[in-house]
Design a protein around this ligand. Structure first.
Ligand code: SAH
Length: 367
């Protein structure tokens, strides 16, 4: 029998790990609809039926890390490395503002050299100088020193996305090399929060050896660190990586199971964390042509159109079969617009889309 609280909900903000695991397991075993319906209702009640757009610029694939799952890891010699120029990145930001996206995400492989840190700082100042419309700027550039995070915040970034990848330290160690430490990531997340960023994190779903309890603990982790935004999605193997070379090819059955697990995680996270922003990530679309719509209907409220110039996109393949690598930014815009309208939601034109959770917690700090 399915247990619910006294308002009839499967999960709420106080649900413990065992309850979350039980709900995830039932959803993945077939009864996904009950969970996603509840999550969508909760999302609509709390945040309305509005989708925020974040234009994502994957501005460089140069990376100093060797994460065992990621297609742009340092050790993958088959990748042609690139970095957009300052003007190219600013043009992308300008396009996003004009298209009414309200915010952008600047993402890259991880680098910590002085030249790169200074370059990102210059890019941020230039964007703030040349675009007067309110524009949220999220950075997703991995682990950096507190000093670097602070410089970038002062130069104009206001959000940072750093996935914990998995909240299970042993699993974290298994999917990274010894250069990457779980504790360092935690410390980065704490530092980002102290500086004043809106903080996003997330995990990969369906990693080899990952259990349903691990996933339930991931949601508990999001709650404990008081995240403002979550970006998560299924793990999809990449041929050019150690983990990808060990994986069986994704057949239809496994695709479906991964998609369902992704949707169950989004829905359960929405019910437990209510007022945060949750992204319908592109990887959901790699698993199904309507993967992102399904994610929105399971409680996600953010879409991230790719606004990277098309000629670079094939070189930013973090997993196999990444979609949208041959569409230009205009096509991407109209495609997503249609997808949102089709499911009866509206697009929040030009709204930076601050997470309600952040607005509430900033209000509390000021009191
Ligand atoms: N260098 C930045 C951005 C990395 S790419 C950083 O370290 O934060 C962004 C995210 O892509 C990663 O956090 C990871 O969760 C996801 N990712 C990488 N490889 C993947 C794969 N094979 N399948 C699914 N997601 C993957």
């Amino acid at each position: 029998m399915t247990r619910t609280d006294d308002t009839g909900l499967l999960l709420n903000q106080d649900s413990d790990v065992a309850e979350i695991a039980g709900v995830l397991r039932r959803a993945m075993d077939g009864d996904l609809c009950t969970l996603t319906k509840q999550a969508y209702l909760a999302k609509s009640r709390e945040l309305g039926r509005e989708v925020f757009f974040r234009g994502i610029v994957e501005f460089s694939n140069r990376c100093r890390r060797n994460c065992r799952y990621c297609g742009i890891r340092r050790g993958n010699r088959d990748v042609e490395r690139y970095c957009l120029s300052l003007d190219e990145i600013v043009d992308c930001a300008r396009f996003a503002a004009q298209a009414g996206y309200g915010s952008i995400v600047l993402q890259s492989g991880e680098r910590i050299d002085r030249q790169y840190v200074g370059f990102v700082e210059d890019v941020l100042r230039k964007i703030r100088e040349s675009i007067s419309a309110p524009l949220g700027i999220t950075l997703s550039m991995g682990e950096q020193s507190g000093g670097t995070y602070r410089r970038w915040f002062e130069a104009g970034a206001d959000r940072y996305l750093l996935r914990i990848e998995t909240s299970n330290p042993a699993l974290f160690a298994a999917i990274h090399t010894s250069e990457s430490r779980f504790e360092d990531r935690l410390e980065c997340l704490r530092t980002l929060r102290d500086i004043g960023y809106q903080v996003g994190t997330g995990v990969m779903i369906g990693l080899p050896g990952q259990t349903v309890e691990d996933l339930a603990r991931d949601i508990d982790f999001f709650r404990r660190i008081d995240a403002d935004m979550i970006g998560m999605g299924p793990y999809v193997p990449h041929d050019g990586t150690p983990m990808g070379r060990m994986a069986d090819p994704l057949d239809d059955m496994r695709r479906q199971r991964l998609l369902d697990a992704g949707l169950a995680m989004i829905a359960a996270t929405r019910l437990v964390l209510l007022d945060i922003n949750i992204a319908a990530t592109t990887v959901m679309q790699a698993l199904s042509p309507v993967g992102r719509e399904l994610a929105l209907l399971a409680g996600a409220n953010v879409l991230m159109p790719n606004i990277t110039p098309v000629r670079y996109r094939a070189s930013y393949q973090i997993y196999n079969d990444k979609p949208c690598i041959d569409e230009n930014a205009d096509q991407c815009r109209s495609c997503l617009e249609r997808r949102v309208t089709m499911i009866g939601e509206t697009t929040a034109d030009g709204n930076p889309g601050n997470p309600l959770h952040f607005t509430r917690r900033s209000g509390r700090t000021r009191d």
